[in-house]
Design a protein around this ligand. Sequence first.
Ligand code: ADP
Length: 414
Amino acid sequence: MMMKLADLIEENVEEIAALDAVNGGKLFTLCKAIDIPGAARTLRYYAGAADKIHGTVLKMSKGLQGYTLREPIGVVGSIIPWNFPTTMFFMKAAPALAAGCTLVVKPAEQTPLSALYYAHLAKLAGIPDGVLNVVNGFGETAGAAISAHMDIDKVTFTGSTEVGRKIMAAAAASNLKPVSLELGGKSPLLIFDDADIDQAADIAFRGMFYNKGEICVASSRVYVQEGIYEKLVKKLVEKAKATVVGDPFDPQVNQGPQTDKKQFEKILSYIEHGKREGATLLTGGKHVGQKGYYIEPTIFTDVNEDMIITKEEIFGPVMSLMKFKTMEEAIKRANNTTYGLASGIITKNLNVANTVSRSIRAGVVWINCYTAFDVDCPYGGYKMSGSGRDFGLDALNQYLQIKSVVTPIHDSPW
Ligand code: ADP
């Protein structure tokens, strides 16, 4: 059924891509080329794992034998955000279904459409009623009802750190259901002097401005070693100026509108805050056009880790660009954050890459690349970026629990 659902998603790619573009201001071409095919791949990956969930035979002590069963945890509540409506839906639903769980998915109120379409396709794929359920609604009502529900056995959440905290508290106050959280980030990208400047500029720019900066792993803190700093700044500013901001259905456009008014206003207020804090606005900073929630790709420099714009997750097209001298300094500053979701390093020096990747406290380190996601690669945060992992076989464990079965071998004192 999961395989069939993957086929149906591929057959309807245009329609689903249009739903996510209309709802979230996401680029239609990228939804079609990346998000929707990625959902089909995720379903197939976990469908392949569904019949390979094994327990272990235990050694035990004399006189006893035992084995473990890995059983579905039960009913899963999945509360997801609006920035990647399709990716998030299947990142949670596919491993949960493969583990044998049923789900109640609550999409973000800003992006309810593709989730409803997936419920429809699930029915066509033969998934029985009651297995994959979609409940639209607001966070404080529908989301809170899931977190506090006595008959929901687990909650998986992606969203803000603030809401993650509320969900964990509601779970603790109700039936102590386990909660996995993928929360905010303020991810550092470290670019060393030996980097290829054009490649580094491409990676840094895409890492930050992909999906109009509405991406948890955005490389929103870019640290550049002093030898190449000026050259890199120039390249990044050129890229920002060349970005076409506009209609997400226009194939010439590189950046669509922010998802809604609230988000749009929040980003502009961070930009104003940055200016007031004394950061230098290198480029951008303004609303594009008179209508719609379009914001110029924005780059600040002369910033430090104590400034609000470098400390807090903006979730919009705003980069903080900083200069560093030594690797030790870069590591220290990269770790100077309450978050720990993602990070990146650009260098040709293997020793530097190895040392930095072991020193940064984050759930992923991308070396000479960024946002290089793969369904086989576990994804999640250190520190206040959350707990638990999505993707990879590790994600299956979130939806399974272990039962031990023990029996005496022969006459036993037990
Ligand atoms: P963002 O800040 O990215 O909008 P949120 O964390 O506010 O992210 O929202 C992510 C998801 O959490 C959405 O589906 C939203 O409806 C839900 N949500 C918001 N508030 C609560 C809450 N108090 N309890 C449970 N879910 C919530």
